[in-house]
Structures are given as structure tokens and as C-alpha cells.
Write a protein that binds this ligand. Sequence first.
Ligand SMILES: *Cc1c(COP(=O)(O)O)cnc(C)c1O
Length: 372
Amino acid sequence: MSIADLVKPHIRDLDPYVPGKPMEELERELGISNSIKLASNENPLGPSPKAVEAMRAAAGEVHRYPDGASFALRTKLSDRLGVAENQLVFGTGGDEILELIAKTLIGPGDEVVYAWPSFAMYPIVVKGMGAEGVQVPLTDDFVHDLDAMAAAVTPKTRVVMICNPNNPSGTSVGADAFDRFVSELSDDIVLVVDEAYFEFARRDDLPDVIAWMERRPGTLALRTFSKIYGLAGIRIGYGICDSELASYLERARHPFNVNRLAEVAAVAALDDEEHVRRTIEMNSTGIDYLRSELEKLGIESWPSEANFILARTGSEVFDALLARGIIVRPMKGFGLTEHVRISVGLPEDNERLIKALGEIRGMDAAKREAGP
Ligand SMILES: *Cc1c(COP(=O)(O)O)cnc(C)c1O
């Protein structure tokens, strides 16, 4: 008997998610202590200080189970978003919301249409349920090809996912294109719009997904506290959707999936306007700085509405940066061997990255001149 024979084939054949390289690991390997990680789209300012304070205050209560309904967070967020309390589903990160969608809606024989490259968790949750992922290539400009996605829909399609702004390209679709796409999409398909980077977007015509929920009940927006609020380590995200769809997702979740510290942190973070304002401002400056400096270095990059940039640095740059204590995200797994994804860091991190890229480019140029 082999264990592999006991495992469901669609789980056995999954390619595990590859996270960004941990700083501790790199520092151990290089014997250094000043590495920087620009690889996982984390908030370089750290968590909301108000959230940290709230978690400290709640630490003495962790012998108690959390509030399974996340009442305090639910009421605050429903108020903030202008949706009913029963239109919200909370999860252990946005990742769990993806899992709940998959668990609730898809199985063997079903298809899920999403763009590619897009969030690396989509194939994992889709294949993890034994369903089929239909990956529609982004356009040459690395934008969602909504026409091609519409054409990829078949009678087997249960869910369509749109990541907007898209990870790892940072590109986005505007309201016009989105509204056209959705108005043509069959009502018996659930549309999931992954808005993990929603709060960072600078374009003012981002689609209004919540407004669609009344017209089209099978519409869900996914958001997270991991990115803008700097709470990636405490794992909390949520879905906003029609109350009936929400009631099914609620059935599929564990009763205490959102832990006590995560809930108090999220509530406090929502009130931390100062932290959100600083985060958005620093990110915006960082995006502009990085794109203009990359251009000066002759490195192609793509417009980003998120907190990271896709850049075509060349294939050796990932390792060369690692050797300088800088972790970015390689895009090899998407078949993009020349590209890396760079998370916006603190101003000094961004400067260090640009300086390192300049050195690496300079060395490459010198090598080319010296000949083989
Ligand atoms: C980060 C991210 C999420 C959710 O992350 P969690 O930490 O699980 O909340 C979802 N979608 C995309 C595209 C992301 O980048």
C-alpha cells in the first residue's frame, strides 16, 4: 500500500503555493542581518498601531472562544460599506473566502474561469475541489482580457474570477469594461471580484462591485486586512455578497474561523485613518518613484494600481538581488522568467533596490563589453 494511492488524485497532483522567501531564511543563508523583503505585498509601515494596541488589550481574553458571528466587526464594516450585516462573510484571510467559495460552489466536472497570470491561490483552490481551472491569458499589456474570458465561459462554468487590481501585474480594469462584461455574463455563474488591493487603486473609475450585487445576486467582492491595514500575520479577510449567497458560505465555514485577536485588530484598524492615509500616501509616492527609476535603468514595468510593480528585470536579477539581501518575487512559476514582482517598500528600501539594480545592470553591461 502506498499513501499516495489513498490520496484523492486532485490533491496529490496539486502544486503547492510558493510563498515569498522569508527574511530569516535569507539572513541565515548569507550571514547578514539587514535584508529587506519586497516580495509579499506586506505593509512596509507595519500594522496599524491601533490594531496592535487592541490585540495587546485582548491578549488576556484568549482563553475564551471568539465571537463566532464577529458581531463588532460585522456591524462596523456593514456601516462603513453600506451593506447589510448578513452580506458579510469573514475568513482566516481572504484565502479562506476563496476556499469557502470553492467548497460551496464547485466540484469535479465544474469549470472556473480566471485570468493568468493572476493570484496563485486560484488554481490551488479550484483544483483542490477537483474542478477545472480555465486560465485565460492576460493581454500583451498584462491586463485582463475580458472578451477572451467571456468567450471561455461554457455550460460547465460555475465561477468567474476577476482579480482587480490584478496580482501579480498590478494592472486593472475600469468600470466601463467591467460593466460591459458583467452585463453579458450569465446569471447562473458566480462572479468573484478579488479586491485585495482595492484601497490602493488610484484610478477613479474602478468598478463598483457592491452596486452590482443588487442587480446580480451571484456577485462577490473579496477584501482583506492583510494589505492596506498591515495585518497579514493575523489572517483576516472578508467577502461582500448577496445575503443568500453569504448564508451558504456561512454554512461552509468553521464556527470560530476568525480568531479573537484578528477581530479586535480589524475593528481597530478600520478606525485608524491616520495609518491608512500614511500607507496610501507612501505607496503612491513609492509606485511613482520605482516606475520612473526603473525606466531610467531601461527596465520595463507596468502601471500598477496596487502596492507592487511587475518589472522585466532579466532572468538573473532575482538571485543577484538576493545576494545583496533584497528579496523580490520571481515570476518563474508563471512562465515569466525575465520578470519579478516588487512590493513597494519604505522610501529607503526602494532606494536600496534601485541602487542594487543599477549595480547589477552596470555589471551586466561591463560583462557584455568584455565579451564572453
Ligand atoms: C493577498 C491576496 C489575497 C488575500 O490574502 P489574505 O492574506 O489571505 O487575506 C487575495 N487575493 C489576492 C490577489 C492577494 O494578493
